[in-house]
Design a protein around this ligand. Structure first.
Ligand code: AMP
Length: 296
């Protein structure tokens, strides 16, 4: 395929048959494929992954699919923003080669009955509040890997737990994909970019800024030695609780970045720890995290 050489040409593929034919042809030609799985409503966070893939691969495929399997009952599957046309306008100038945008019944035809579950890691943090979420993610990502056959797949550290789960799945199931993680992209005021930020009222958005404020303040305190890791949860919550639109703090604490177990007095000197938060601002669920190096 020579789409890459023909700058600005982007192919939209909607069927598995066509996508597989293309990926088989690319692998026959020895071209490396980078995959960026997304649910669309693209922002700079997604685009940073696309840029990384375009830099490192012969061909970049961006999948856009709002995956029903990763939404629980009462979650925002129906409201989730669907902006395919705008998304394609953002992807074209980045030299994206292929947009894979299948319909729901293409990915989940009648009778679909298989489920991938990465145990343990999927029960922690977000998994405790969204019990079907990571199974849905693991299942759709497996399908996308099989359909597009990427050498590398790109995921954002904004969804830290998701990156751990995908890496574990790839290892456990001997998948031939290198999982690349990319830093969280933030708005100028520090709010982590998310397709769900669109749901926030201006008052809720102001309170949402407390998330990054809490993470950076507690990180600094831990690094300087003025906050012990055991006090991280208390200190994070103290800051978050000042927001009157913060309605539900689901978790906010310091975690082992490999197991996602909460750090309870365990020594992490010379290692890094993860500060992570999930809460609701109004009705909108937001997550964020930051890594802290304990070099003391
Ligand atoms: P989503 O469309 O929300 O499923 O996200 C698709 C990919 O984009 C995932 O790998 C996310 O982790 C990544 N992503 C979402 N927001 C950001 C962000 N602010 N910075 C970096 N990556 C992000």
């Amino acid at each position: 395929m020579c789409e890459k050489q023909e700058k600005g040409k982007m192919k939209v593929v909607e069927t598995i048959k066509e996508m597989k034919e293309m990926s088989n042809r690319l692998s026959f030609e020895g071209k490396s494929v980078g995959l960026v799985p997304t649910m669309g409503a693209l922002h700079e966070g997604h685009l940073s992954l696309v840029r990384a893939s375009v830099n490192e691969n012969d061909v970049t495929i961006v999948s856009i699919f709002v995956n029903p399997m990763q939404f629980g009952q009462g979650e925002d599957f129906d409201q989730y923003p669907r902006t395919l046309q705008e998304d394609m306008e953002k992807l074209l100038p980045l030299n994206t080669d292929v947009v894979f945008a299948p319909a729901m019944d293409i990915i989940y035809p009648e009778g679909f009955n298989t489920h991938i579950e990465v145990r343990k890691l999927s029960d922690k943090l977000c998994g405790a509040f969204r019990p079907v979420h990571f199974g849905g993610v693991a299942t759709v990502v497996t399908k996308l890997f099989n359909i597009t056959k990427p050498a590398k797949a790109y995921f954002g550290l904004k969804d830290y737990q998701q990156t751990l789960i995908i890496k574990k799945m790839v290892k456990d199931l001997n998948m031939d994909v290198e999982v690349i993680t990319c830093p969280t992209i933030r708005e100028k005021d520090g709010l982590a970019m998310s397709s769900r930020n669109k749901y926030l009222t201006s008052e809720e958005r102001k309170d949402a800024l407390l998330i990054n404020k809490a993470l950076t303040k507690v990180k600094r305190g831990i690094e300087e030695g003025s906050i012990s890791t055991d006090k991280a949860s208390e200190k994070l919550r103290e800051i978050l609780c000042t927001g009157s639109h913060i309605t539900d703090i689901q978790y906010a604490s310091a975690y082992d970045p490999e197991t996602l177990e909460e750090i309870n007095g365990k020594s992490f000197v010379g290692r890094s720890i993860l500060l992570a938060i999930a809460l609701k601002a109004g009705k909108t669920r937001l997550i964020d995290n930051i890594s802290v190096n304990l070099n003391r």
